[in-house]
Design a protein around this ligand. Structure first.
Ligand code: AMP
Length: 221
């Protein structure tokens, strides 16, 4: 499986990636996660990226491409990958195509997680992340205590809000998506790779439709 999950912030790319990892054993490569790790480690790159991320803007293509090149070279990516949050603009998409061409591992599908903007706003303002497990909650739609039960924290997670999920930053992130990332829909449609999945259904329904869209074998689910 070599796919891209394309969609606005809050469209469920991260959640669906986790389910795909569990079902098919291919790694998720999230440039957002890689950047947050660099921020947490306090590397030079992380320090530079943090201000840009906190403002809801895109980090330099050269930084993100370097991270992707390094990550795709790791052995687990030879089995396939789910790209989440990358590419984010046409220049990144072109660089990705070139890189995958060199690796002899072209994309099989690009899935647009399709969802209305007003739903996204609620998803993002309500999103909270458990500091211990990384599990994503939503104070409106899936608050702590929602299934599945977490034995680790006994359903009392230590919740954190991502700095860029603050209300004042969300508008900017959605604006950046519309202006820079949405053109990728036409780009991948023209390449014959685009699949569209309605992303406002429940998690399992979205997952079933996503697997069908990428032609993943149901036996592995
Ligand atoms: P995400 O977790 O995908 O929502 O990403 C969080 C933030 O990391 C974004 O708002 C950007 O500032 C930065 N970021 C993540 N992926 C990229 C990318 N492919 N290109 C540029 N910036 C990115």
């Amino acid at each position: 499986m070599r796919i891209v999950l394309l969609g606005a912030p809050g469209s469920g790319k991260g959640t669906q990636s986790q389910l795909l990892i569990k079902a098919y054993g291919v790694p998720q490569i999230s440039t957002g996660d890689l950047l947050r790790e660099a921020v947490a480690r306090g590397t030079e790159l992380g320090v530079r990226a943090k201000a840009v991320m906190d403002a809801g803007k895109l980090v330099d293509d050269s930084i993100v491409l370097g991270m992707i090149r390094e990550r795709l070279a790791q052995p687990d990516a030879a089995r396939g990958f789910i790209l989440d949050g990358f590419p984010r603009n046409i220049a990144q998409a072109e660089a990705l195509q070139k890189l995958l061409g060199e690796l002899g591992a072209p994309l099989e599908a690009v899935v647009l997680m399709d969802i209305e903007m007003d739903v996204l706003f609620k998803r993002l303002t309500g999103r909270r992340i458990c500091q211990d497990s990384g599990r994503v909650f939503n104070v409106f739609t899936s608050p702590p205590g929602s299934p599945p039960h977490c034995a680790r924290c006994n359903d009392m997670p230590r919740l954190l809000q991502r700095p860029d999920d603050r209300e004042e930053v969300i508008g900017k992130r959605l604006e950046v998506y519309e202006a820079q990332t949405k053109p990728l829909v036409d780009y991948y449609r023209a390449a014959g790779l685009l699949r569209i999945v309605a992303a406002d259904a429940d998690v399992q329904t979205v997952f079933d439709n996503l697997c069908r869209a990428v032609g993943a074998p149901p036996a592995a689910q």
